[in-house]
Design a protein around this ligand. Structure first.
Ligand code: ZN
Length: 422
């Protein structure tokens, strides 16, 4: 017969352990705000870093470093993720340090490969006939926002008394419809990213409520509702437009049309400001938080390596100068503490910022921000509506703000692409 003592001792120990475990208070559930920081943007896709393989040996260390430091980032956070040597840049691909980095090899005097891209630079366009400086160029016009019945939800709506409401999404579409034939006349092929005041995304706020709830920092129903709506009109909508631009339209250049505004407060009793201004945005100026997100870091590097900045700069500079000359608008000045932009030294009208549209559209993007909808001069011109010729608005004979927008932009593009013709 076996000795029963070890069995009894084992049973006793097991009972004791069970007793001690059951006596433990339950592990506290971590409060929602202690969630780990996200490593990817909401609705963002896991980046496929192998897409960057085509850029091996296409950029010198000097160009890579200059673009990264001076245009694409706003501080030195990138150094936590990118290590540069003379031969290569070692890039962290995720928040997990155990994941292998992506190694980008720089161009060397004995090995420099051309930058692969599916869009045409100004320099690569074939010769154009006189009067058709935009021949062979495919331009997508993206009228910013949605407008129509969505204008209130997307917070692009205000109304003074019984006057016509100001809705940015309707105004950008109106400009787009005026601009399209002007660009076609000078040779461009033009596609509108949207032609109606309806969303491009099939999602509606109600489809995104569950996703919004996952963002546990939001607790009260009003904030949650606002966040859900923003996921719809900004995130889902712009991602849907990006898919359309990248997979179907495949243009050489995208023009994002917007009207700027200063904070207007209550949309039913908005504040009017005295002055207007104008600026054009290029992609860049990624903040520390954005550089830390693996999908945005990937998209930033893809932009940098495609060399969209060089093309955006040359196009936007002439566009901005021409637009400013015709409209007489002064440059917008960012608050130096904003921390989410880079001023572009070539022009006081140019800034680099990381916006969803100019990051996701896979080609150069000219992002227009002229006029201030709630400034006294522009508000009165918007109320005057669209018309041909000049009209007296507040004692000044001016063209319709919509005609001026479309004509100045078309003129700027004609001047840029026409520079080297003949
Ligand atoms: Zn806008």
């Amino acid at each position: 017969m076996r000795n029963p003592v070890p069995i009894i001792a084992t049973l006793f120990l097991a009972a004791l352990m069970l007793f001690l475990i059951l006596r433990q208070p339950p592990a506290p559930i971590p409060p929602p705000e202690e969630k780990l920081p996200s490593v990817q943007s909401v609705l963002g896709e896991k980046p496929d870093w192998t897409q960057l393989q085509v850029f091996q040996h296409t950029i010198t260390r000097a160009d890579f470093e200059t673009l990264l430091r001076d245009i694409f980032t706003t501080d030195s956070t990138w150094q936590e993720f990118i290590t540069i040597t003379d031969l290569s840049a070692e890039i962290r691909t995720s928040g997990d340090t155990a994941e292998p980095p992506f190694i980008l090899y720089f161009a060397q005097p004995e090995l420099t490969l051309p930058t692969p891209r599916h869009w045409q630079t100004t320099a690569s366009l074939p010769a154009r006939p006189v009067g058709k400086p935009l021949a062979n160029l495919h331009i997508a016009i993206d009228p910013g926002h949605i407008g129509g019945e969505w204008a209130k939800i997307e917070a692009r709506w205000f109304q003074i008394g019984g006057a016509t409401p100001v809705t940015e999404g309707d105004m950008t579409l109106r400009v787009a419809n005026l601009l399209k034939p002007l660009l076609e006349e000078i040779g461009a092929k033009v596609t509108l990213v949207r032609e109606e005041t309806e969303p491009v995304t099939p999602f509606r706020p109600e489809n995104l409520a569950e996703l919004a709830k996952n963002d546990a920092t939001l607790t009260d129903p009003v904030s949650l509702q606002r966040f859900t709506e923003k996921l719809f009109y900004r995130t889902a909508e712009i991602r849907a437009r990006a898919n359309l631009v990248n997979d179907t339209i495949k243009p050489d250049l995208v023009l994002c049309l917007h009207f700027n505004a200063d904070a207007w407060g209550d949309p039913a009793s908005p504040t009017l400001v005295p002055n207007n201004h104008f600026h054009v945005l290029l992609n860049g100026g990624y903040t520390s938080d954005e550089v830390r997100l693996s999908d945005q870091r990937f998209e930033m590097l893809k932009k940098l390596l495609q060399r969209t900045h060089e093309e955006e700069l040359v196009v936007a500079k002439t566009v901005a100068e021409t637009f400013a000359k015709i409209s007489g608008l002064p440059p917008f000045i960012y608050h130096p503490d904003a921390g989410n932009f880079r001023a572009i030294p070539e022009s006081p009208y140019l800034y680099a910022r990381n916006l969803l549209a100019n990051r996701l559209y896979d080609c150069p993007v000219i992002f227009m921000e002229p006029y201030v909808m709630n400034s006294v001069p522009d508000y009165n011109r918007i109320q005057a509506g669209d018309y041909l010729g000049l009209r007296d608005v507040d004692g000044k004979f001016v063209p319709s703000i919509f005609q001026e927008y479309a004509k100045s932009l078309a003129q700027g593009l004609a001047e840029h692409y026409g520079e080297k013709i003949e």
